[in-house]
Ligand binder design. Structure first.
Ligand code: ADE
Length: 251
């Protein structure tokens, strides 16, 4: 089977950088979304901005799988750190995804996905390992050439790679109370974002392997909004482009 790599990103600017990497581009508009088909290193890819939140990202992921027949999906974006020891600029790759705002009690347990009999969706071990290798390669060569010296100093970047649980919900988490509430209920969660678990659910229903790669942009507390906006502009775009480039190089 010919590989068609789906690449979804949570920020328009981030994904624009990835679209620019495509050769033989062909743009398809569908459901108020832009899907760009093309090749990176000779491998077929389809790239799209997921849009924000679980519903929007599920629509985009469903179209990507159904209309463009992608065989593997990588999701890239930023996240707020929950776990101790994570800092801005670190990268988290998913082992499992969970929806922290899903609660259909008393019918089923808290966080359980209705009719799927599970709380967590596992990401694909091979794609997770591959993404880990790509990120490790970048970290080993130093990220200064990716983001520039100014951003390195401003964000005190010294990235480390983590694998673990990622929680998604339709909320931007920017208070200590809320972050502690999620951590109290889901203590293994490393970081929080707004799309990954929804895309994961779409992928398992379609039987398509996926993994999620998130760069920590903030610590999900009262400073989150300010850190987040600055980080996106100055770091996240360059990181995403470099991570996708390296994944496609070693694929
Ligand atoms: N994405 C990046 N930071 C986030 C946060 N604090 N909450 C939800 N999604 C995010």
């Amino acid at each position: 089977m010919t590989r068609i790599i789906g690449i979804l990103g949570a920020m328009a600017q981030e994904i624009d950088e990835v679209k620019a990497m495509l050769d033989n581009k062909c743009v398809v508009q569908m459901a108020n979304r832009e899907f760009v088909k093309g090749k990176i290193n000779g491998i077929d890819c389809v790239v799209a901005f997921s849009k924000w939140g679980k519903v929007a990202a599920s629509i985009t992921a469903t179209l990507l799988l159904q209309e463009f027949a992608v065989t593997e999906l990588f999701f890239i974006g930023t996240a707020g750190a929950l776990a101790d020891g994570l800092k801005v600029g670190d990268i988290v790759i998913s082992k499992r995804l969970v929806q922290h705002d899903l609660d259909a009690r008393p019918m089923i347990s808290r966080f359980e996905l209705p009719l799927l009999n599970r709380i967590y969706v596992d990401s694909d071990p091979k794609l997770t390992e591959l993404a880990g290798k790509a990120v490790s390669n970048l970290i080993d060569t130093g990220v200064e050439h990716i983001v520039g010296g100014k951003a390195m100093r401003e964000f005190s970047l010294d990235p480390t790679l983590h694998f673990g649980d990622i929680a998604s919900g339709d909320q931007f988490i920017n208070s200590v109370e809320k972050r502690n509430e999620i951590l109290g209920l889901l203590p293994d969660v490393k970081c929080v974002e707004m799309e990954g678990a929804a895309v994961a659910q779409v992928c398992i229903e379609f039987g398509v392997p996926f993994t999620v790669i998130r760069t920590i942009s903030d610590t999900a507390d009262h400073n989150a909004r300010i850190d987040f906006n600055k980080f996106i502009i100055e770091v996240a775009n360059a990181y995403s482009k470099a991570i996708v480039g390296e994944i496609m190089r070693i694929l």
